[in-house]
Design a protein around this ligand. Structure first.
Ligand code: CU
Length: 123
């Protein structure tokens, strides 16, 4: 009896694994975005260099972890308030080739001036 129960459990487990694997690759439907997950804190953005290809749709998911910041990327007309602990999603198309600075645009303390990063858009 106990062996049979064990067998049924094992088959059940295998079927569950098969069902998980059968899902369409687990990717979100929006996988045509080049996605980055960033944190913002007074020591800077992490990561602070983002490299994409021209024409790519870019999605940034940014979470301020210590206090409120703002993410500013003038070239693409972006200025997003980042409230502490509240991930913000920013989407845009990397339509220009070049290296573009992004920064925090609200004074957040002594290290505010160092809160900078680069978006590198390659041909
Ligand atoms: Cu700041």
């Amino acid at each position: 009896m106990s062996r049979r129960c064990g067998f049924i459990l094992a088959v059940g487990a295998l079927m569950a694994i098969a069902a998980i694997k059968a899902r369409p690759s687990g990717k979100a439907p929006s996988s045509d975005y080049h996605e980055f997950t960033l944190t913002a804190k007074d020591s800077g953005f992490e990561p602070n260099i983002l490299t994409v290809k021209k024409g790519e749709k870019v999605r940034l998911i940014i979470t301020a972890t210590d206090c409120e910041h703002e993410f500013r990327l003038d070239t693409f007309d972006i200025n997003q308030v980042l409230q502490k602990g509240n991930p913000e999603i920013i989407e845009f198309t990397a339509s220009k080739v070049g290296t573009f600075e992004f920064k925090c645009s609200v004074y957040c303390g002594k290290r505010h001036g160092k809160m900078k990063g680069k978006l590198v858009v390659q041909e």
